[in-house]
Ligand binder design. Structure first.
Ligand code: ADE
Ligand code: ZN
Length: 318
């Protein structure tokens, strides 16, 4: 069995309700939830924006470098227990800098957590700085410049938050500048937005991986391109069900995508909100779709081959 490689997880989406309460106490923040259970009960979502409202609200407890370290270390402990050997982890700096947290505190804290895990857990990890596409483009550009001196500490940039109405081309110059800084590029597209956003992310942003991309199936020409170019698509089954992009796991398009020869792999998105981590996603989607041993091997191999790692590390994982 090959190890798991996590390519689509938002660190803020690993903030478990218990930690929301612990950090609120540590930072003297009054929460609008009566209890951990009351917070959990709010985790019923109609769509991506309704989820993001709660996700950003909970982020208010993250204030210090130590908070970000603790969040990262807790996530990597859980990931290691799931069998994850390598993780490429999104973070949303604007969510924190808009509240007055210095971007260096966010990055340093996350790197502290990664360093602690490398010693204890033998998990390797890297960071993907995401721009919030539903905020002004100028803010994304300023965020990138504010983190430019940390480019050596980052793997890639990404694009996330509410998708519909915020097409990828808006961020063309920001992604161009990220490439100048030596960063790789990924983008959420085709989660709730149309297949055309996937094409734009490829053509205009030159995204090397597409996060989600499930709506690509609505465009046969795009599907053929994704197959030919073997563009990695990071699929998050629990997320798609909980945000009602698909009705249930049995109706998830993953098997159709595999059968179409697309480069898909399974990931967790926001596991604290969607009912489980990468191992849970694998176990339940395998059962729901009746995936074969060969499908499972393909999924694991795709994740390893799609990671931004050295050939040496890739060969260790394969
Ligand atoms: N930010 C956190 N989770 C997200 C998702 N599933 N889609 C877009 N932005 C996100
Ligand atoms: Zn995501």
């Amino acid at each position: 069995m090959k190890p798991l490689v996590e390519l689509h997880v938002h660190i803020e989406g690993t903030l478990e309700p218990e930690m929301v309460f612990d950090l609120a106490t540590r930072n003297n923040i009054a929460l609008p939830y009566a209890s951990v259970d009351a917070l959990r009960e709010l985790m019923e979502f109609d769509d991506l924006p309704s989820f993001l409202d709660l996700y950003y609200e909970c982020c208010a407890v993250l204030r210090t470098r130590e908070d970000f370290r603790d969040l990262m270390l807790a996530y990597l402990r859980r990931a290691a227990a799931a069998g994850v050997a390598h993780a490429e982890i999104f973070f949303d700096p604007q969510t924190h800098t808009l509240r007055g947290v210095p971007v260096d505190d966010v990055i340093d804290g996350l790197l502290d957590g990664i360093a602690a895990a490398r010693d204890d857990l033998e998990v390797t990890a890297g960071l993907i700085l995401c721009f919030l596409r539903d905020r002004p483009v100028a803010e994304a550009a300023a965020t990138l410049e504010s983190a430019a001196h940390r480019a050596g500490d980052l793997l890639s940039v990404g694009l996330d938050s509410a998708e519909v109405g915020y097409p990828p081309h808006l961020f063309a110059e920001v992604f161009e500048r990220a490439r100048e800084l030596g960063l790789r590029t990924v983008a959420h597209a085709g989660e709730e937005g149309p297949a055309a956003y996937v094409s734009e992310a490829l053509d205009v942003l030159r995204a090397e991986r597409i996060d989600h991309g499930i709506r690509s199936l609505e465009d046969p020409v795009l599907v053929e391109r994704l197959r030919r170019e073997q563009t990695p698509l990071t699929i998050c089954p629990f997320s798609n069900v909980r945000l009602r992009a698909v009705a249930d796991l049995a109706g998830h398009p993953l098997k159709r995508m595999l059968d179409a020869g697309l480069n898909v792999s399974i990931h967790s998105d926001d596991p604290a909100y969607f009912g489980g981590y990468i191992d849970d996603n694998h176990r339940e989607i395998e059962a729901a779709l009746g995936l074969s041993a060969s499908d499972l091997d393909t999924l694991a191999t795709n994740a390893i081959n799609s990671a931004f790692i050295t050939d040496e590390r890739r060969n260790e994982l394969l």
